[in-house]
Structures are given as C-alpha cells and as structure tokens.
Write a protein that binds this ligand. Structure first.
Ligand code: FAD
Ligand code: NAD
Length: 484
C-alpha cells in the first residue's frame, strides 16, 4: 500500500519539532501534527517550551531581574537612576512578542526543511496509521512507515486547589498576570515555584511558597540547596517546608477575589490569604486521545508512554520522545531524543547519554548541575575528590557585582574522571555547558586544570575548582583534597 508519509510526528514541542526537522533533513517525507492553538485559536508550533514554558518564563525572569538591578543594584555600582517603575502589561506584551517570533521561526524551519505542517490532533491507530483530525474537525486516516509520539506533558492538579484560571492558576496563568499580585501563594517549591515565585517577588509581590517535603530541592547538591534557600529567603521568598495544603476557598468577585488557603504544618492547621495562588506541583504525561486501544503502545506504571533506551515503544516502528516518556522533563532532553530517533529511522545508531543531562534553575543566582551529587556518591560508597571555588574569589564576579555562589567539581578518586559539577552563581546556565562537554568527553579534573581559561571570566571558577580537586587551586587557600 502506498504511504502518505515516511514519518508522522505527533506533537510539535521541542521533542517533536526537532524530530520532524531532522527526519526531513535526512530525506524522509515527514509530516508533523500539532494541536496547540493560541488565544485567538490560530495554530502554534513549539509546544509548552516556546508558548508556556522555557521561553516565556525566561522573558519574565530576565525582565524582572533587570528591574531589580535597576532599582536596587545600580546605585551600588555608581549608576543613579530615579523614577524606576515596573510596567507589567508591557513585560507581558514583550514576552508574547518573543514567543511569537520563536513560534513563527519554527514554522519557517518546517517550511524551509520541507516538513508538512498539519494543525490538528493525531491519534495513533494500529500498524503506523494515524487518524488526523484537522482544526476544522475533518478526519482522515494517514498511512506512514514510522510514527514518533511527542505529545508532551500538562500540569498536575491537586483536589484541594482546583484551578479556576483566575485566582488559582497553574504556570500558564502565572505567566499572564496583568498586574503584580500584592500577596501571592505558590504550592510547590520545585523549579516552577522558584522561578515564577522569583518573577513576581522581584516585581513586588509578597510571595509565600508552600512545599510538602521537609527538604528543599532534595535532588540538588546539599550545599547548593542550603545556600540557595538562604539567598532566596534574603530576597524575600517565604518558603515554608513540610506543609500540606488541605483546602482553598475563593472569596469575593472580580479584582477583589482572594484565596484563603488552609494548610497543615507540624500537626497544626494554619490559614493564609492570597490574591493569587499558583499550583506548581509537577507535570504529568499528556496522552489524552493519543492512542487507539489497538495501537500496541503501552504505558508504564506512572502513565508515561513505555519506551526502551532508544525511545522505541512496544509497537513496531513507533517511537516516543520528550516529556511523555520517562526521564527528566526538560526541553533539551526531548530535543536530543527527537534527533536520536530521527537518525535511527534513517539507519544511523546514535544514543542519548542520560548520565549527562544538565539541569538549570533560573533563579538569581542561577543553579546548574550535571552528573552526580556529593550525596549520591556518598550513598553509593564511591571515593571522590571535591574542588570548590567561590564566586567571591573570582575577579570577574566581583567586578560584575556577582559575588554569591560557588562552582563545585566532584572527581573520581582513582581515575580522576569528573563525576559531577554543581554551580550556584551568575550565569550558571552558561558555565554548566563546559562541564557537560568535559563529562561527555570523559575529561579528568586534571584535564580541566591544564586548559587555559580567559581572564577575567566567571569560567575561571571551573579551572580553579578543577585544580582544587587535587588541592592546588591558586586563588584560595586549599584544604587538603578531601577523599570520600
Ligand atoms: P510539549 O512542549 O508539551 O509539546 C507537546 C505538543 O504536542 C504540544 O504542542 C501539544 O499541543 C501537542 N499534542 C499533544 N497531544 C497531541 C495530539 N494528540 N495530537 C497533536 N498534537 C498533540 N524545560 C527546560 O529544559 N528548560 C526550562 O527553562 C524550562 N522551563 C519551563 C518553564 C515552565 C513554566 C514550564 C511549564 C516548563 C518548562 N520546561 C523547561 C519544561 C519544558 O517546557 C518541557 O520539558 C518541554 O516543553 C517538553 O517538550 P515536549 O516536546 O516533550 O512536549
Ligand atoms: P517539580 O517536580 O520541579 O516541583 C514540584 C514541587 O511540588 C516538589 O518540590 C514537590 O515536592 C512539591 N509538591 C508536590 N505535591 C505537593 C503538594 N500537594 N503540596 C505542596 N507541595 C507539593 O515540578 P514543577 O516545578 O511543577 O515543574 C514541572 C517540570 O517542569 C519539572 O519537572 C521541570 O523539569 C520542568 N521545568 C523545568 C524548568 C527548568 O529547566 N529551568 C523550569 C520550569 C519547569
């Protein structure tokens, strides 16, 4: 039977659009079905990442950080400014412009690479057939050699705090406030809670974050989480650990709406009032309407599409990538999976190195890490050396008024191979790329110590931390290299 396409991708978030573009580059006749639409009902590419995730949140993080710098840092470095005012509607408008520029960019990349853009929804049927329903509601069955599922994820909701899209919102709603809420609550001190909590706190909101766990960011390096907690508290974020939200009640109407939150902490019931409440307790895989009962694709016990290490599902020639499958819910992880699958379909044999996936939290200072934490190495009984270098001893950091944080390198005590790198500090998201490259190429701490770094630069902290693993950092007094 003649096929409509060689590859059909369902979902045009970062995982899906990377897969589709790479398939086309490799000469495969490719279509991408995507159902996301904007406020006006027009189809948009780029998924959560470009429309409601990575990019819009960073636009607001960067704008709000600049506002803080202008209003409370510039004076310290000799720039007097008066009349500083946060124009929230303008920030939101600019954020939308950035999003629109990027989503249109993906449209251009699709047409330039020959990917057929099919707005609407896709459902996988048996034998690589896909039911395509256009946005106008017309249905047809498409036949393909391969299918890549990339339907992404959606926010988790919790019964005590139902989203009403107004007083109680998820991350999407929290990117659209037209004015700074006077009092803002956040449920969940995870990545979204800290990033969006920071945005609105910087713009003047009194922010309280209610976190169920007793530990703050338990999967990050212990010293990073301890220092970040202290820094964020100093910035005004009131993070209450070990709290369980029991109930919420929305009171009042229109602009006067408030949310009363009842939560339990240390066995006691407390009440707190907010003007807006953000629920940020994680994201779940999105598979609604994606699979017919005979598709052959199975789910795992947590509702993710079940795949093996090369993202193949249980159905022949059907792959799944991105947030809808196991692993960190990060745009770059999905992008790499999308490219890997495209290349495998084209007969190549790449793999994704899941041991070297960088993570970043875009607070200020930023947090970034890759590889193992010291706590994980200790728990595994591994022997390791630690080198840690403070921003406060880095000339460029001081010159730039960015003296908070440190860079920490963990290396194997025997082989000296770098096992993990943890950065708390300005531009951590950029600096971590050096660690990723080093680990991808199996570099040792000594290798990093032998490489020349531009002076003055924040990256010199990597060099010093690497030297520090052997006890000979130059710009600090070394404790003896610690053995695990
Ligand atoms: P998605 O981006 O969710 O895209 C899935 C697409 O598939 C959507 O367009 C959806 O409409 C479409 N779709 C679903 N089902 C169907 C169907 N049946 N038919 C057709 N189309 C369908 N990650 C980072 O790495 N860095 C960050 O800084 C970062 N910041 C974030 C900030 C926020 C506020 C949020 C919410 C997330 C953030 N993330 C970040 C996470 C990141 O957005 C996701 O990991 C990423 O978008 C997942 O990509 P994906 O392609 O798997 O899915
Ligand atoms: P998360 O998993 O990072 O954090 C959720 C937090 O909510 C956790 O600390 C959890 O203990 C807490 N929690 C869960 N249930 C709770 C409850 N009932 N009451 C109080 N606290 C509760 O999830 P998120 O912040 O929603 O982010 C979702 C995903 O989006 C993340 O996995 C992340 O990978 C991705 N993301 C990434 C970035 C980035 O890379 N910078 C930014 C934003 C989002």
């Amino acid at each position: 039977m003649s096929k409509d396409y060689e590859v059909i991708v369902i979902g045009a978030g970062p995982a899906g659009y990377h897969a589709a573009i790479r398939c086309s580059q490799l000469g495969l006749n490719t279509a991408c079905i995507n159902k996301m639409v904007d406020d006006s009902g027009s189809p948009v590419l780029g998924g959560t990442c470009l429309n409601w995730g990575c990019i819009p949140s960073k636009a607001l993080l960067d704008a709000s950080h600049k506002y803080v710098e202008a209003s409370s840092v510039f004076g310290d470095i000799g720039i007097q400014v008066t009349g500083i005012k946060a124009d929230v509607p303008k920030m939101i408008e600019r954020k939308r412009e950035v999003v629109s520029q990027l989503t249109k960019g993906v449209e251009g990349l699709f047409s330039g690479n020959g990917v057929k853009n099919l707005p609407g929804s896709g459902k996988l049927l048996a034998s690589c057939q896909v039911e395509y329903e256009s946005l106008a509601g017309e249905k047809k069955t498409l036949h393909s050699d391969y299918v890549i599922l990339a339907s992404g994820s959606v926010p988790v909701s919790i019964p005590p705090a139902p989203i009403d899209g107004d007083a109680i919102v998820d991350s999407t709603g929290a990117l659209e406030f037209q004015a700074t809420p006077k009092r803002m609550g956040v449920i969940g001190a995870g990545v979204i809670g800290l990033e969006l909590g920071s945005v609105w706190s910087r713009l003047g909101s009194e922010v309280v974050i209610l976190e169920a766990l007793n530990e703050f960011l338990p999967s990050t390096d212990g010293r990073v989480s301890k220092d970040l907690f202290r820094i964020l508290k100093k910035q005004g974020l009131d993070i209450r650990l070990g709290t369980r939200v029991i109930a919420t009640e929305v009171k009042g109407k229109g602009a006067k709406k408030t949310v009363s939150v009842t939560y339990e902490k240390d066995g006691e019931e407390n009440k707190i009032e907010f003007d807006k409440l953000i629920v940020a307790v994680g994201r779940r895989p999105y598979t609604e309407g994606l699979l017919s009962p005979d598709s052959g694709v199975n789910l795992d016990e947590r509702g993710f599409l079940f795949v093996n290490d090369i993202c193949a599902t249980d159905a022949p020639n059907v792959y799944a990538v991105g947030d809808v499958v196991r692993g960190p819910q990060l745009a770059h992880k999905g992008m790499e999976e999308g490219i890997m699958v495209a290349e495998r379909i084209a007969g190549k044999k790449p793999l994704v190195n899941y041991d070297v996936v960088p993570s970043v939290i875009y607070t200020h200072p930023e947090v970034a890490w890759v590889g193992k934490t010291e706590e994980q190495l200790k728990a595994a009984g591994e022997s390791y050396n630690v080198g840690s270098f403070p921003y406060a001893a880095n000339g460029r950091a001081l010159a730039a008024h960015e003296n908070e944080g440190f860079i920490k390198i963990l290396s194997d005590a025997e082989s000296d191979r770098i096992l993990g790198v943890h950065v708390l500090g300005a531009q951590a998201s950029e600096i971590i790329a050096q660690a990723v490259i080093s680990m991808e190429f199996s570099a040792t701490a000594e290798d990093l110590g032998l490489i020349m770094f531009a002076h003055p630069s924040l990256s010199e902290g990597m060099h010093e931390a690497a030297l520090g693993t052997a006890g000979h950092a130059i710009h600090m007094i070394n404790k003896r290299a610690r053995k695990g």
